[in-house]
Design a binder for this molecule. Structure first.
Ligand SMILES: O=C(O)c1ccc(O)c(O)c1
Ligand SMILES: [Mg+2]
Length: 620
């Protein structure tokens, strides 16, 4: 493998909009090339020559024209007709200045099964292409009628033995069928004409539907793309790394954003490749420094929600220990749990605005964290900072939450706060932040998983789905290796129904305690607004799990919830929704429990809904 960087390309089918929108997005995100998806050209007012000129202006090379479908035929007249269709496409390719066309395996009823006849027809078409200086990259669609594995496509290409015929390897088609990329070693490098990359979640469904709706960018799904590409490169492939992702969300999302997300997936993939081959001298971005814990969580509040949240933090045993030197920001502390209330939001109406505005994460090297973020196409935020205030680097996550890289120490961020002189107080047993739960915008869920993985070096965990009162919710945690940092990301699986409340599902900050029953008792005594959970929940819990009687009594008395996984248990409680869209959770992990109370979430959501309705109709 040479140390020369491979071209990064993206198929126009990955991006939403017209061809104009797609090209602008691909170019702005820094791609060097594109695959022209034929329907995009057919729908365009540009002639092929005009498209070529536009691409040249934008610094994009056209690396592939695709797809050409159903070439071979058991009916000679039909095959002849298909050859004429191919010639017309060769004219288009000449005008576009692209030398490679993707021919995918036939799905038609007249597709050729006989290996020699198929090779002969491919060779005939390749000879026509070759006469014009063009080449054919043959791809096995996972649902091809007779050719549905890469081995079968390679068999045809090998038999055809034509210099203008080679393979197109598409990671989706190979990996969705459980193909082994180690086999690519048998293919001469010069026969690997093109490489298309897509990740995907593991799903049990028809492979065509899986491919057309659920493909993802590398690093977003469950496939081992670094290994796949490593095998292709080891076999001698030198063409572009080209993304081909058919995805329902990306089809309708802002193409400029999708293109950046796509670029990040290749930056992540290339790093993974470089790390696998330390001798190859491939360039590496700054490694993600370890994130060693939470320095703070910042909530944006207004004139209504600010005092409400301050009152709740007080009841939770937090102390207002600091006031920002130059901004309307309060620091509240208990143990290692630090919550900032930032009253810069001005909208004193309704229930008040409250949301998670920023996450402060302890970094072993904040500056390198920021450099890493930049190398991974993350938007690094400009900082305004007053005299004597700490330098803080921050990036914007896909949902616009600000992520600060901090070092808590004498010269770190706490120096920005003037002590109020209030003593910490006895507290209620809260020791720190366990995790923060962020509800994602509909289009941002998969993007967010990759963002936290590539930019922050966190590990995305499995996606789970739950049936919530207002529809399916998809959720996934991203965690540091030692779990010092845990985030949960959730999203509605479908557009929220028209009758669901207009406010989005709330976000939450989960606070850790070593003894939830004791903490719950203290919160009760202090009048904290704890969410009540229906008795049916505790009855069902008692039927399912053998809990000690005193614990079950505490569950009933305080509205606790309890969940188990293979490693341990999780006791948790929630407050009411505070302001319009946050609540606080208090959680106790027992044994090695590694989850987030996800199966209890629908009960909690229904209780929040009931409580919000009661409050809005004047109840308390
Ligand atoms: O879904 C399809 O038809 C299709 C077309 C072209 C490709 O390269 C591909 O992987 C799938
Ligand atoms: Mg493909």
């Amino acid at each position: 493998m040479s140390a020369e960087p491979l071209r990064r390309a993206v198929a126009t089918v990955c991006l939403s909009g017209t061809l104009e929108d797609k090209l602008a997005a691909a170019s702005a995100a820094g791609f060097g090339g594109i695959e022209v998806f034929e329907p995009d050209l057919v729908a365009s007012p540009w002639s092929p020559a005009e498209l070529a000129a536009r691409c040249a202006d934008l610094g994009l090379s056209i690396d592939l024209y695709q797809p050409f479908r159903d070439l071979d035929s058991t009916d000679p007249a039909r095959f002849d007709r298909n050859l004429r269709r191919a010639e017309a496409k060769f004219d288009v390719m000449a005008a576009l200045g692209v030398d490679t066309v993707l021919v995918c395996s036939s799905v038609a009823p007249d597709a050729v099964d006989d290996a020699d006849l198929l090779a002969e027809q491919l060779a005939t078409a390749a000879a026509r292409a070759g006469e014009r200086g063009l080449r054919i990259a043959y791809e096995a669609l996972a649902w091809g009628r007779h050719v549905s594995t890469w081995e079968r496509s390679w068999d045809a290409v090998r038999r055809a033995d034509s210099p203008a015929l080679g393979l197109c390897l598409d990671s989706f088609h190979v990996l969705s069928r459980g193909g082994d990329p180690a086999g690519f070693a048998a293919v001469p490098g010069e026969k690997l004409f093109f490489l298309q990359l897509a990740d995907a979640p593991h799903l049990q469904m028809d492979v065509l539907q899986w491919s057309r709706h659920h493909r993802l960018f590398p690093g977003q799904g469950a496939f081992d793309l670094p290994r796949f590409v490593g095998c292709v490169l080891a076999a001698g492939y030198t063409g572009p790394l080209s993304l081909e992702v058919f995805n329902d969300v990306y089809r309708q999302a802002d193409p400029a954003r999708t293109a950046v997300d796509a670029m990040r997936s290749l930056q992540w993939l290339e790093e993974a490749l470089a790390l696998r081959r330390p001798d190859a001298g491939l360039p590496l971005p700054p490694a993600a420094p370890a994130l060693t814990g939470w320095s703070f969580t910042e909530l944006a509040v207004d004139g209504v929600s600010g005092p409400q949240l301050a009152g709740v933090l007080d009841a939770l045993g937090f102390a207002h220990t600091g006031q920002h030197r130059s901004k309307p920001v309060q620091l509240w502390e208990q143990g290692r749990a630090r919550v900032l209330l930032n009253a810069s939001v001005v909208r004193p109406a309704g229930p008040g605005v409250a949301s998670v505005a920023a996450l402060g994460l302890e970094s072993a090297d904040p500056q390198r964290s920021a450099a890493r973020a930049e190398a991974m196409s993350a938007p690094v935020l400009p900082r305004t900072r007053g005299a004597a205030e700490a330098e803080l680097s921050a990036v914007a996550a896909p949902d616009d939450t600000q992520v600060f890289f901090t070092r808590t120490g004498p010269d770190g961020w706490p120096a920005d706060f003037l002590p109020t002189g209030r003593p910490p107080g006895p507290g209620t047993g809260i020791t720190g932040i366990d995790h923060v739960g962020l509800t994602q915008p509909f289009d941002a869920f998969d993007e967010a998983g990759l963002f936290y993985r590539a930019v922050l070096g966190l590990d995305p965990q499995e996606v789970t789905e739950l049936a919530a009162p207002f529809g399916l919710v998809r959720t996934r945690a991203v965690t540091g290796p030692d779990r010092a940092v845990r985030l949960t990301l959730s999203v509605s699986a479908l557009r929220r129904g028209g009758w669901a409340p207009g406010v989005p599902e709330p976000q939450h900050v989960a606070l850790a305690t070593d003894d939830l029953v004791a903490t719950a008792r203290a919160l009760r005594a202090a009048g904290a607004p704890l969410l009540s959970i229906p008795a049916n929940y505790a009855d069902d819990l008692a039927a399912r799990v053998d809990l000690p009687d005193d614990l079950l009594a505490a569950v009933r008395e305080h509205g606790l919830m309890y969940e188990e996984d293979a490693h341990g248990g999780y006791l948790h409680l929630a407050t009411d929704v505070l302001g319009d869209r946050v609540f606080l959770e208090v959680v106790q992990r027992l044994g090695g429990y590694d989850g987030y109370g996800t199966t209890d979430a629908p009960v909690r959501m229904a209780a929040h809904r009931r409580r919000r309705q009661a409050l809005s109709t004047g109840g308390r």
